[in-house]
Design a protein around this ligand. Structure first.
Ligand SMILES: [Zn+2]
Ligand SMILES: [Zn+2]
Length: 175
């Protein structure tokens, strides 16, 4: 929660640091100004599956990258958590291949289509099964993944405990 003390508020505000970090990515990030000084940043991303069958591109907001610790993401990604970023449907474009999809019905009744390469199984994205307005792109398949650090973690209640801090696990540069 923000403090009422202005000095404390400034110290803990992350918004001050963001434009500085983004200068390093100027070639990839385009900023547009809309309304009263509200900035929306878009990054052009390209993605592909492991075997090269599927290729696509889209525009994403780097501030939208999130980790999901829900048990569905754990199983569907085969990993302790999934990292995704949304792209509006208007900016998403397939460049090659044709995905297969698996429709997951949530407890709420919402149906989401999870797409993957039919050849190598790489997860590509998920969206509303009927009329997608956004696609949730799997960050691990994006060429720009190193420039898309997560901004928040969701469903921490089901996080695999050891997955939230990897710093004490011995690190090898290669296998
Ligand atoms: Zn593939
Ligand atoms: Zn999830």
């Amino acid at each position: 929660m923000r403090s009422t003390n202005p000095a404390a508020w400034l110290n803990c505000s992350t918004s001050l640091a963001l434009p500085i970090a983004r200068v390093n990515h100027r070639s990839q990030v385009r900023g547009t100004r809309t309304g009263n000084a509200i900035q929306e940043w878009q990054m052009h991303v390209t993605g592909r599956c492991h075997c090269g069958n599927i290729a696509y591109e889209a525009e994403v907001d780097p501030d939208d990258v999130s980790i999901c610790h829900c048990s569905d993401c754990q199983m569907l990604s085969g990993s302790p958590y999934r990292v995704s970023v949304r792209a509006s449907a208007e900016t998403f474009q397939w460049n090659s291949g044709k995905v297969k999809s698996y429709v997951k019905t949530a407890a709420s009744g919402a149906r989401r289509a999870h797409t993957f390469c039919p050849n190598c199984g790489t997860p590509i994205h998920s969206s509303d099964a009927r009329s997608p307005s956004t696609y949730s792109l799997r960050v691990g398949c994006l060429d720009q993944r190193a420039d898309l650090p997560p901004r928040r973690q969701r469903w921490c209640i089901s996080a695999v405990p050891w997955s939230t801090d990897l710093t004490r696990i011995p690190q090898l540069e290669r296998q």
